[in-house]
Design a protein around this ligand. Structure first.
Ligand SMILES: Nc1ncnc2c1ncn2[C@@H]1O[C@H](COP(=O)(O)OP(=O)(O)OP(=O)(O)O)[C@@H](O)[C@H]1O
Ligand SMILES: [Mg+2]
Length: 252
């Protein structure tokens, strides 16, 4: 795998919880604009891997390189400032803030100037404009003054994806954005995922094989913390051990 042009490279990344090897010696490379799905059964280590990439958890071993720079020891906010964004398996909106306030907080948090200036949010016309534009882009403007908790679950998940765009990421990690959605909401979310900026590399955790294979050109199968196989989707779907150990269980 070519790594010199990659925007994200994991080499030998591990994370243990006591005696449990939740993520075990994982190698993974994402090229700019790549669409990549991370699949595997419950407890395979998918979310833990996201936590280690985004910096919510430290890796016990291995290195993480983002756009050519070693970020293995950086805190989550430093990695976010360098272009990693993510959504969470469990919704993490501010439920008692409005939609536009949630967006302003996300835009403000990733605005580099906050380190040099103290100013009220209302004076930041460009931040407000960016927040407004993002809500427009994700068709959330009609709800801008609603409290986040009053949105439908589908719109909440949509808002999370929109918030993840606040910092103009180069690498986007989506942890089961489709989970818990009705079939209509899933269609909306799938359309939204297809329309994401094609220059951003997207790593998607998704249990629905059809969705995962429909979205991604490359697939990584994680099993008990380890990469069972990785490659173009045609190769992964033809892999006998994947069929037997994972796909077969789901497809029946
Ligand atoms: N903070 C933690 N402390 C201890 N064990 C943990 C912690 N987080 C995860 N684990 C364990 O690590 C393993 C991997 O969990 P993880 O949440 O990464 O799996 P997953 O692939 O995301 O599963 P799912 O598909 O159910 O979301 C599981 O056995 C889980 O119980
Ligand atoms: Mg998970």
């Amino acid at each position: 795998m070519e790594t010199s042009s990659a925007c994200l490279v994991l080499e030998g990344v591990s994370r243990h919880f006591g005696g449990l090897k939740a993520v075990d010696n994982v190698n993974l490379t994402l090229q700019p604009g790549e669409r990549h799905a991370l699949i595997g059964p419950n407890g395979a280590g998918k979310t833990t891997l996201f936590n280690v990439i985004s910096g919510e958890l430290r890796a016990d071993a291995g290195t993480i390189t983002l756009n050519g720079a070693d970020v293995t020891r950086l805190a989550a906010h430093q990695r976010a400032a360098r272009g990693i964004a993510r959504t969470f398996q469990i919704t993490k909106l501010f439920p008692n803030l409005t939609v536009i306030e949630n967006m302003l907080v996300a835009c403000e948090a990733l605005d580099r100037r906050r380190f040099t200036m103290h100013r009220p949010l209302s004076s930041c016309a460009d931040l407000v404009e960016r927040a407004t534009n993002l809500l427009d882009e994700y068709r959330l403007s009609p709800f801008r003054r609603e409290l986040a908790r009053n949105l439908s679950y589908g719109d909440q998940r949509k808002l999370e994806v929109a918030l993840s765009m606040a910092g103009r990421p180069r690498v986007l990690l989506l942890d089961e954005p489709m989970a818990g959605l009705s079939s209509g909401e899933r269609d909306v979310m799938q359309a939204l995922l297809r329309q994401l900026d094609p220059s951003i590399a997207v790593l998607l955790i998704e249990h629905d094989i059809d969705v995962a294979f429909g979205f991604a050109e490359r697939i990584t199968v994680l099993y008990q913390g380890r990469v069972l196989t990785e490659g173009p989707k045609e190769m992964v779907s033809a892999n006998r051990s994947v069929q037997e150990s994972y796909l077969g269980l789901l497809v029946e």
